[in-house]
Design a binder for this molecule. Structure first.
Ligand code: PLP
Ligand code: COI
Length: 339
């Protein structure tokens, strides 16, 4: 793709050649279909439109120095999609079919995979929706699974650069026993108001506290939270946050670096004691946190004192990226190489 400005891509939708589709009918999944249509033909009474039967995933493919294409932890995304399906009562897609579909979508759009060291990656967006016409509140009997891919640049401003974040207390994203642990569109709809406020005030993203006590850090709208202090990687344990695959990977990498890892409730006041902190996710990778403001409580927790990413965030970021690009050995078996 000679006419794409790889180094300056936004995190947005760019048309690619193909998407992959698979239909669930009569209790079983059909064959994978390669499709060049960007639109879908949907019944107006489909359950995804009215009752939110929608699940999605996000993962990335990178082109290495060796020219090989690596897809990061697709099994983990397949498993999380299955968990979301259980959470909102949809037909589960087997892991092998998910991975086959991911590979097919990446392969068919190979010319859109950004060059090594361009700073861009190929974002893979699997989507699963209930398609049966239904007016009563019931799960659909038919589903469409679809994957599109699009080349993307960094999600947060500057990529690996420290940004300010803000705690929004006025709105919750998800309830303690709600759907926050699932990757379903409703959670993102619930986050849009707080997200809009955060952006209008010039912050990178909004942070949520736990909905019950408003005491503990949950996560931000599109990424998990971690803090670093005393050679320890600390990340919230909560029933209302998305189990981030990036965060799981960083926990392992922190251990590999000889750090301690703690997964436990993180009270807001603890923010003042972190030496470094970051927002992490597939789109975000690691977005180092400069400070987190709690405007309603008139507090500002400054974390990156010099406004720059700290040494441990930098090490974790470099390590993760090195594995994703094949610059470093994939000792944990996280990478699927496209054949
Ligand atoms: N939390 C939320 C709400 C997200 O939308 C995402 C993005 O996927 C994450 C966390 C990070 O998850 P992962 O690392 O699996 O992309
Ligand atoms: C991701 O990191 O993959 C996400 O889904 C975050 C956001 C784009 C919703």
């Amino acid at each position: 793709m000679e006419n794409l400005d790889w180094a300056n891509l936004p995190f947005g939708y760019i048309h690619t050649d193909y998407n992959v589709r698979c239909y669930y009918r009569n209790g079983k999944w059909g064959a994978l279909e390669l499709c060049s249509e960007e639109t879908i033909n949907l019944h107006m009474a489909a359950t995804c439109l009215h009752y939110g039967q929608e699940a999605f995933e996000g993962l990335k493919a990178c082109r290495g120095k060796d020219g090989k294409i690596r897809i990061f932890r697709p099994e983990a995304n397949a498993e999380r999609l299955q968990s979301t399906c259980q959470g909102i009562v949809m037909a589960e897609l087997p892991t092998e079919l998910f991975i086959e579909a991911v590979k097919k979508a990446v392969k068919a759009n190979e010319r859109f995979i950004p060059p090594y060291e361009s700073g861009a990656t190929l974002y893979i967006r699997p989507l699963l929706i209930g398609t049966s016409a239904q007016v009563g509140v019931h799960p659909s009997s038919e589903y469409l699974f679809l994957i599109f891919v699009t080349p993307v640049g960094p999600y947060f401003k500057g990529g690996f650069a420290a940004n300010p974040y803000v705690i929004i207390r006025k709105y919750d994203r998800s309830a303690p026993l709600g759907t926050g642990i699932y990757k379903t569109g409703g959670n993102y709809a619930a986050s849009l108001r707080a997200n809009k406020i955060a952006h209008e005030l010039g912050y990178a993203c909004e942070f949520y506290l736990d909905a019950k006590e408003k005491k503990y850090i949950d996560e931000c709208g599109a990424a998990n939270f971690f803090g670093i202090k005393d050679n320890t990687y600390i990340t919230p344990l909560s029933t209302s946050i998305l189990p981030s695959i990036t965060n799981m990977s960083l926990m392992q990498l922190a251990k590999d670096l000889g750090m301690k890892v703690e997964r436990r409730p993180v009270p807001e006041e603890e923010l003042s004691s972190f030496e470094e902190a970051g927002a992490c996710g597939t789109a975000a990778v690691i977005s180092p946190i400069e400070r987190i403001d709690d405007l309603e409580n008139k507090k500002s927790y400054v974390i990156a004192k010099e406004g720059k990413p700290g040494p441990i965030c930098t090490k974790l970021y470099n390590k993760l990226r090195a594995i994703q690009y094949g610059d470093e050995q994939d000792v944990h078996g996280w990478v699927t190489i496209l054949d």
